[in-house]
Structures are given as structure tokens and as C-alpha cells.
Design a protein around this ligand. Structure first.
Ligand code: ADP
Length: 165
């Protein structure tokens, strides 16, 4: 294990089993992992930052070396201030690639002190996204295979016929 602290940033609106898989695998690789809810005022979310953070906290509680934080601003600023060396991102099918590639190059340009590391998704989670969970839940579909059990009921209740989805 690397004696290194890694940060896993995202919207997590809401956290899915795909995100959780990336968190667990990262937690095995690094001394500790910080899951970071990045607030982007331009991006409309279904859950508030506080709600998203709280849901992640519930889900990662059994993992001893994972912490959760929220940040409004540029990711690289957070990374620099907190002296992180590794930024973790998950990669699904080809659709993620272009965006992630662009982001990692931009972040390296802004702050060469950190590397972006990609973990490929598992085949089961290949097509799983927060937006898919939201659409399913809106129509009362079964999301139990996609969302961690600790938050399942509250996510399903909150999103059903919600005008904010
Ligand atoms: P963002 O808005 O920053 O893309 P997301 O919450 O959608 O944030 O995702 C955070 C990170 O997790 C991204 O790197 C994304 O590619 C990855 N991710 C999302 N869903 C999955 C999944 N099912 N399997 C693996 N990685 C995923």
C-alpha cells in the first residue's frame, strides 16, 4: 500500500454502488481516501451538497480509512491546499473518456503536483450513473441494485415524482 492520501471528487447526486466500488478499491490501494463532494453552482442537482455528503458518510462508515468533505471551488485548489498527490476518477464506457481526459490534462496543467489515476468500472456497473438512478426512481422503478442499502429508502422516497429530478 502506498503511504499516500488520495482524493475522489465528484457530484455523487446520489452516490451509487458504482461510486462505492471505486471508493472501496481505492481504499485498498491508499493509506486513506477522501471522498469530495464538489459543488458546482452551474450544475443543477437533485440533492443538496449537505444531503449528498451525509449519504456518502453513511455508506462509507464501515471503511476505516475513508473520509468525506465538501468543497466549492476549483478541485486543484483543494488538492494543493490539502497536499494530495493523487486524484481518483472512475472510467465507464467510452462516453466518459473524452471528458475525463480533458479534465485530467487541465488539472495537470493547473497543478502538476498531483496525478489523476483512473480505475475502470466493473462490468456490472458499466452503465450505471446517478442520472439513471434518478430517472428510474422518479417513476417508482426498483433502484435497489444500484444504490447502497443504507440510503435506498430515503433516495427512493425523495426522488419519486420529485420535480427536482
Ligand atoms: P462528476 O459530476 O464529477 O462526473 P459523478 O458523481 O458523476 O461526478 O462521478 C464521479 C466519478 O465517478 C467520475 O469519475 C465518474 O466517471 C465516476 N463514476 C460514476 N459512475 C460510475 C460507475 N458506475 N462506475 C465507475 N465509475 C463511476
Amino acid at each position: 500500500m502506498t503511504r499516500c492520501v488520495a482524493v475522489y471528487p465528484g457530484s455523487f447526486d446520489p452516490i451509487t454502488v458504482g461510486h462505492l466500488d471505486i471508493i472501496k478499491r481505492s481504499a485498498r490501494l491508499f493509506e486513506s481516501v477522501r471522498v469530495l463532494v464538489v459543488i458546482n453552482p452551474e450544475k443543477k442537482t437533485s440533492f443538496t451538497a449537505a444531503e449528498r455528503t451525509e449519504m456518502i458518510r453513511k455508506v462509507v462508515r464501515p471503511l476505516g480509512n475513508v473520509t468525506v468533505d465538501t468543497y466549492e471551488g476549483l478541485l486543484v485548489d483543494y488538492v494543493r491546499i490539502n497536499d494530495f498527490k493523487v486524484i481518483i476518477r472512475g472510467l465507464r464506457a467510452v462516453t466518459d473518456f473524452e471528458y475525463e481526459f480533458q479534465m485530467s490534462l487541465t488539472n495537470r496543467k493547473l497543478f502538476p503536483g498531483a496525478e489523476t489515476l483512473f480505475l475502470t468500472t466493473t462490468t456490472e456497473n458499466m452503465f450505471l450513473s446517478s442520472s439513471m438512478v434518478k430517472q428510474l426512481a422518479y417513476f417508482g422503478g426498483d433502484i435497489s441494485a444500484f444504490v447502497p442499502p443504507e440510503i435506498l429508502d430515503s433516495v427512493a422516497e425523495r426522488l419519486r415524482r420529485s420535480p427536482e429530478v
